[in-house]
Design a protein around this ligand. Structure first.
Ligand SMILES: *[C@@H]1O[C@H](CO)[C@@H](O)[C@H](O)[C@H]1NC(C)=O
Ligand SMILES: *[C@@H]1O[C@H](CO)[C@@H](O)[C@H](O)[C@H]1NC(C)=O
Ligand SMILES: *[C@@H]1O[C@H](CO)[C@@H](O)[C@H](O)[C@H]1NC(C)=O
Ligand SMILES: *[C@@H]1O[C@H](CO)[C@@H](O)[C@H](O)[C@H]1NC(C)=O
Ligand SMILES: *[C@@H]1O[C@H](CO)[C@@H](O)[C@H](O)[C@H]1NC(C)=O
Ligand SMILES: *[C@@H]1O[C@H](CO)[C@@H](O)[C@H](O)[C@H]1NC(C)=O
Ligand SMILES: *[C@@H]1O[C@H](CO)[C@@H](O)[C@H](O)[C@H]1NC(C)=O
Ligand SMILES: *[C@@H]1O[C@H](CO)[C@@H](O)[C@H](O)[C@H]1NC(C)=O
Ligand SMILES: *[C@@H]1O[C@H](CO)[C@@H](O)[C@H](O)[C@H]1NC(C)=O
Ligand SMILES: *[C@@H]1O[C@H](CO)[C@@H](O)[C@H](O)[C@H]1NC(C)=O
Ligand SMILES: *[C@@H]1O[C@H](CO)[C@@H](O)[C@H](O)[C@H]1NC(C)=O
Ligand SMILES: *[C@@H]1O[C@H](CO)[C@@H](O)[C@H](O)[C@H]1NC(C)=O
Length: 715
């Protein structure tokens, strides 16, 4: 299949007027929205809105109710008690919600039942003795409610409540196999488990103990669901409440070096002992399906289960393929749909008639919705029904139109409905038209281009984001942003961590390229980075930069800066030792990789084992081994460009020593450099007060070196 890439270079530019620049504190205090979740009759939807005030240093949380007939939006609930709402019960307006605090104030949570239209009459129905979350619930034909939630569980299966657990005298941790910590958390004997509970009769009385479906399923590894930092998307309950599916890491493989997961099926009234895999490794007719599974979802008919699975057994960025199983433990009869489709969808919802599945897939730096019928053979080519943005969530309504919540570079939340044929029927909400902080933002602040490079036959993509009051007859210094992953992409989406417009409004034209390794342009481009970290994507970035230098008159490349996080930080460190490093006035590495060897101080060994062509003990440090060839440290004597380094203590993906190593060597080399550390942040800076410092300190640095500010020092 040939990729259909369009060249968008040479888009005519108008002079853009904007009300005021998007300053970091303004962006950070603007509203943050959840996805709109419709009630079963499609009459209204609920969504969350939160914001942070730098004045009061407090977060405000509100639930809003969107009337899908009139479009009216009103406050539904003010406060932070209600953490989750699920539509279930006698009427289409009946709900159960999770109150994050427990009546008994013991570290557990409470469940309340209510009618969404008279919330003040909510009734406490259950107090659960652990911090359960991820509520999914269904009404059974007998009129009971069957619900699922998850919490950490002791190895004996009992739910774990940290607030009630006894604290040992010593803080020692001891491990006998790898995978001792992940993301920002050290592993403990307690692992996630999905629990089922029954609420009986119209009074919804919690009946008996909750059932743990997961703990105790062990071979080499023990089952855990949701897997690690994942969430309720890892499990589902059938529409009549009679069956449960959940996914777990492959229990026959060690945890740290394989991505393989399987989906298990268990009757609701069964137990962990009754759970059987739907897609045991090598056990379906698709023996190549060995990798990570995701998003198991029952069809509305209850007869089918859709899910995604990758082939690569230790490749986390392989292509997700869509499968459908019969919800029949005698014979799951797994079928693959649109198997040749060169896209990797990540979430799904069923059509009301259970004959079609809507999937969301990264597609040309957007995330688009594609309908796929159950009859789709391998050669079926799905057609998108949405266009711009990246999805926050989407739900099929009773009339088979879809309620979409997404974000875009210019809007932190849009909510609209679209038909199965791709016709937008109602636009309910656009944050950029409502929120004063986003005033003046619109599609015209963004452009894109495709550039020729020497690594792929296809042209490659990059975004352009313009600064406030952009005038194409003037010239602005370049802010060149390099994305992480490497199997990731710069998308048309809103971000509170890497918000293109916030960078642009310091006075730059932002260029955000999607080189080799980027997702959403076909699997070959993604896969090509394997064994090639320092070559192909670097060459592509050289070509992207040259394209800008040669064709965009309004960009002043002689005063450019470059910044990247994670793999983007690795690439920044690689540039520092190579020709490209000299093309920038300043560099910024956020939580990047400095020594390829230290990848073995990370947790997900499958990642390096894949991307660097094998485990370190096999490839070694010899020339020809990616660990050697692509190690930025080998080029330390060339480091010369002023370099701002951020690295956080709770980053267990790339440990803080990476940032310290980089900073120490920069200082040793006499390269102007600065080190910013947050003891309480992980791979990402999430707390608004920390994020404000992050932005302000980086901007002081790059604005000084690029000459955007008149400051007499970068500090
Ligand atoms: C991907 O690469 C393979 C192997 O080189 C090739 O056969 C295939 O046609 C490529 N796919 C696309 C969509 O370009
Ligand atoms: C934050 O949320 C509150 C409650 O919805 C609202 O009154 C306020 O205007 C919001 N603040 C900002 C800066 O949007
Ligand atoms: C949540 O629970 C607390 C008691 O722990 C109670 O005071 C509060 O009213 C509850 N809120 C809601 C919305 O149910
Ligand atoms: C499971 O283990 C925990 C921690 O040791 C203990 O508190 C709990 O009582 C045990 N549960 C059962 C059912 O034995
Ligand atoms: C995978 O993990 C196991 C157990 O932790 C270890 O013995 C083995 O060497 C690892 N394999 C690779 C390829 O790293
Ligand atoms: C445990 O895993 C091994 C290796 O995959 C497999 O051969 C064996 O059958 C498994 N044992 C059980 C009880 O599942
Ligand atoms: C398995 O599924 C396929 C595709 O839906 C169907 O054609 C076939 O009849 C099913 N086989 C069984 C045994 O149900
Ligand atoms: C589908 O994507 C294309 C770009 O590939 C876009 O032009 C088109 O508008 C999208 N279709 C719909 C219905 O949104
Ligand atoms: C591709 O272009 C880059 C940047 O100009 C260059 O360094 C590299 O050698 C080229 N690679 C090949 C295979 O031509
Ligand atoms: C960038 O463009 C200028 C003007 O065309 C040219 O003189 C310069 O050599 C280019 N820089 C690089 C590194 O290619
Ligand atoms: C490297 O580790 C792997 C996985 O543990 C093992 O299978 C292999 O034999 C080791 N290779 C060497 C050269 O020691
Ligand atoms: C730079 O200095 C001039 C003169 O003091 C001032 O007018 C201008 O606003 C300053 N620009 C910036 C970006 O600080």
């Amino acid at each position: 299949m040939k990729l259909n890439l369009r060249t968008l270079a040479g888009v005519a530019l108008a002079t853009i007027s904007q009300v005021s620049a998007l300053r970091p504190e303004v962006m950070l205090s603007a509203n943050r929205y959840g996805a709109a979740v419709p009630n079963p009759s499609g009459e209204f939807a609920l969504f969350t809105v939160q914001n942070y005030s730098f004045e009061t240093q407090e977060t405000t949380a509100v639930w809003k109710r969107l009337d899908l007939r009139t479009g009216d939006i009103s406050v539904w609930y003010e406060g932070s008690d209600i953490s989750e709402v699920v539509f279930v019960g006698p009427n289409p307006t009946s709900i159960i919600y999770v109150n994050g605090t427990n009546e008994e104030d013991n570290g557990g949570i409470s469940l309340y039942s209510a009618d969404a239209l008279s919330l003040e009459k909510a009734k406490l129905i259950a107090s659960l003795p652990a911090p359960f979350s991820g509520l999914k619930a269904r009404k059974t034909p007998a009129g009971d409610i069957h619900f699922l939630m998850y919490a950490k569980a002791y190895p004996n299966g009992t739910a774990y409540n940290e607030a009630l657990a006894s604290t040992p005298a010593s803080t020692a941790r001891i491990y006998d196999s790898i995978y001792v910590r992940h993301w920002d958390t050290w592993l403990t004997p307690q692992r996630n488990a999905v629990f089922g509970g029954v609420l009986r009769g119209p009074e919804m009385v919690l009946s008996g103990d909750m059932t743990n479906y997961v703990t105790g399923i062990c071979n080499i590894t023990c089952a855990e669901s949701p897997y690690d930092q994942s969430d309720s998307s890892d499990y589902d309950i059938s529409p009549d409440g009679s069956a449960v599916v959940f996914l777990t890491k492959d229990i026959s493989l060690p945890l740290a070096n394989y991505t393989s997961t399987q989906i298990y099926y268990v009757p609701f009234d069964g137990s962990a002992a009754d759970a059987i895999p739907i897609n045991p490794r090598g056990g379906t007719k698709y023996t190549e399906a060995q990798g990570a599974s995701s998003s198991p979802r029952f069809s509305p008919s209850g007869k089918k289960i859709a899910y995604f699975q990758q082939n690569g057994i230790f490749y986390e960025s392989d292509r997700n393929m869509l499968y459908v199983a019969d919800a029949n433990p005698e014979d799951f009869n797994v079928t693959r749909l649109a198997g040749d489709w060169d896209r990797s969808p990540g979430s799904l919802d069923w059509a009301t008639d259970s004959e079609m599945i809507f999937v969301a897939a990264p597609d040309f730096a957007r995330e688009r919705i594609f309908p796929i019928p159950l009859t789709a053979g391998s050669a079926y080519e799905p057609q998108n029904i949405t266009n711009e943005g990246v999805l926050a969530g989407f739900y099929v309504l009773p009339d088979n139109s879809i309620l979409v919540s997404d974000s875009k570079i210019w809007s932190s939340r849009d909510i609209y409905t679209v038909t199965q044929q791709g016709e937008v029927t109602q636009t309910y909400f656009q944050a950029n038209l409502v929120d004063p902080e986003l005033a003046g933002l619109g599609p015209e602040i963004v452009s894109e281009f495709y550039y020729e490079t020497n690594t792929s036959e296809i042209k490659q993509h990059a975004w352009i984001v313009y600064p406030e009051n952009f005038d194409e007859s003037k010239s602005y210094p370049l802010a060149f942003l390099t994305h992480g992953g490497p199997q990731g992409a710069w998308f048309n989406s809103w971000s509170t961590r890497w918000n293109y417009k916030v960078w642009a409004d310091q006075g730059y034209v932002v260029i955000a390229p999607n080189p080799t390794a980027s997702i959403s342009f076909g699997q070959n481009l993604t896969d090509a980075v394997r064994g090639n970290w320092g070559s192909l994507p670097y060459w592509d970035l050289v070509h992207a930069w040259r394209y800008v230098n040669e064709t965009l008159d309004y960009v002043d490349t002689s005063r450019g800066i470059e910044a990247g996080a994670s793999f983007g930080g690795y690439m920044t460190n690689w540039m520092q030792g190579h020709e490209m490093g000299r093309w920038f006035k300043a560099l910024v590495t956020h939580d990047g990789s400095t020594s390829t060897l230290n990848q073995y101080a990370s947790e997900e060994l499958w990642f390096m084992n894949h991307d660097f062509n094998g485990p370190f003990n096999e490839t070694g440090l010899r020339p020809g081994s990616p660990y050697y060839d692509w190690n930025p440290l080998r080029f330390v004597e060339s480091w010369a460009t002023p370099h701002f380094v951020i690295h956080n203590d709770l980053d267990f993906r790339l440990p803080v020593s990476e940032g310290i190593l980089l900073f120490n060597l920069l200082q040793t080399q006499g390269v102007p450099s600065r080190f910013l550390n947050f003891p309480d942040e992980n791979h990402w800076v999430l707390q608004p007060e920390n994020s404000l410092v992050w932005h302000n300190e980086i901007f002081k640095w790059i604005n000084y070196y690029s000459g955007v500010s008149n400051a007499t020092s970068p500090y």
